[in-house]
Design a protein around this ligand. Structure first.
Ligand SMILES: Cc1ncc(COP(=O)(O)O)c(C=O)c1O
Length: 385
């Protein structure tokens, strides 16, 4: 069985690639859907002679299909699937060496910051959180040892926007690589490699999986040397997903375009209601013309995404409102078909409390799902009183 070749679909539109790239009907059985190869090992005809797979940490046909599909959606040549978004990031950072320095967006996902601070810094990697929208601040923080700029845009949970093309230009002139965490946007809305980034990281747990039923991660690059190193590290470290999890993400990908269109529409409606609500003191959503990153977002994203954060001016008010939602479920995570609400300060971003990245206590984050917008608005109204 030949490994999936997604280049056949390179000229197709996004939604077509999401359904077909890397996912040809099974040549042996005709199965239209890539099967779940629930096996840890593969028979060899003679020593070293096999159908392309030997041991499933190194590769599995279901995982290969997912990797080819994600690469095709990001416009990259090589995809790698992992057991979680953080496992993907960890493996990528192992391409650096102790003594290297990373400039990190000053509003990344709390778990990313925690990994830098408590795993990679003790191991010898230096890093500085910087406001990446300020190129003077980037220049001031640059060191002779800076090897990577780690962008997240839009950021979790403050919805900051960073200019991927401008930052890639600066980083490449100085000999550093650019990583973009594309989890919030998904490749449907934003394709960082086409804007100059070297590698994309995903929590596939979110929009790519899309149904809150799997934890996973991915890396995509078009840099052959980096891909070779990542392939080695993926197998050598072993933070890989099992076949069922890769199957679930692959199934989620097929509807990514359709889901993202509704997420974006619903988020726009929700943000509009929040802006008009007297209890809300600030709405953080890049689709608003008043958002400081609006123009950059409009230039590098197809639409503004399904995430909306807002502030109520008071932490107790935010905690009480979170508990009142009925259609939005109070839960961590994001990017699934169902709407979720959470309090970042006490939930997803507890790990950055007391750090430079601490988030305001009056902040509420919404992952706007694909339910009927009238039901979402009614829930918002009753929860905010
Ligand atoms: C932007 C972003 N990146 C990375 C991660 C980590 O992903 P995972 O939970 O799949 O390890 C998350 C999780 O919330 C996230 O929101």
């Amino acid at each position: 069985m030949p490994p999936p070749d997604h280049r056949r679909w390179a000229a197709a539109g996004f939604a077509t690639r999401a359904i077909h790239a890397g996912q040809e009907p099974d040549p042996g059985t005709g199965a239209v859907i890539v099967p779940v190869y629930q096996t840890s090992t593969f028979a060899q005809r003679e020593v070293g002679v096999h159908a392309g797979w030997d041991y499933a940490r190194g590769g599995n046909p279901t995982r290969d299909a997912l990797e080819a599909a994600i690469a095709a959606l990001e416009g990259g040549t090589h995809g790698f699937a992992f057991a979680s978004g953080l496992a993907a990031g960890d493996t990528l950072l192992r391409t650096l060496a102790p003594g290297d320095h990373v400039l990190l967006a000053n509003d990344v996902y709390g778990g990313t910051y925690r990994q830098f601070k408590r795993v990679h810094e003790p191991w010898g990697l230096a890093f500085d959180p910087v406001d990446l929208s300020d190129l003077d601040a980037v220049a001031a923080a640059w060191r002779a040892t800076t090897r990577m700029v780690w962008i997240e845009t839009p950021t979790n949970p403050l919805m900051s926007i960073f200019d991927i093309a401008a930052l890639s230009d600066v980083a490449h002139k100085r000999g550093a690589m650019v990583t973009v965490d594309n989890t919030f946007a998904s490749p449907y809305l934003q394709q960082p490699l086409s804007l100059g980034a070297d590698v994309v990281v995903h929590s596939t747990t979110k929009y790519l999986g899309g149904h809150s039923d799997v934890v996973g991660g991915a890396l995509v690059t078009s840099d052959g040397a980096l891909a070779e190193r990542l392939g080695f590290l993926q197998n050598a470290i072993g933070g890989v997903p099992g076949p069922w999890d890769t199957f679930l993400v692959l199934r989620g990908l097929k509807t990514l375009a359709a889901r993202m269109r509704v997420h974006c529409e619903n988020a726009r409606v929700v943000a509009g209601r929040l802006v008009a609500h007297p209890a809300v003191v600030e709405v953080l959503y890049p689709g608003l013309a008043t958002h400081p990153g609006h123009e950059v977002a409009a230039g590098q994203m197809r639409d503004f995404g399904g995430m909306v954060s807002f502030r109520l001016g008071d932490e107790q008010a935010a905690l009480k409102a979170c508990a009142r939602f009925q259609v939005f479920t109070l839960a961590e995570s994001l990017g699934g078909v169902e709407s979720l609400v959470e309090h970042p300060g006490r939930m997803t971003h507890q790990s950055v409390a007391g750090s430079l990245l601490e988030v305001p206590g009056d902040l509420i984050r919404l992952s706007v799902g694909i339910e009927d917008p009238a039901d979402l608005l009614a829930d918002l109204d009753q929860a905010l009183g």
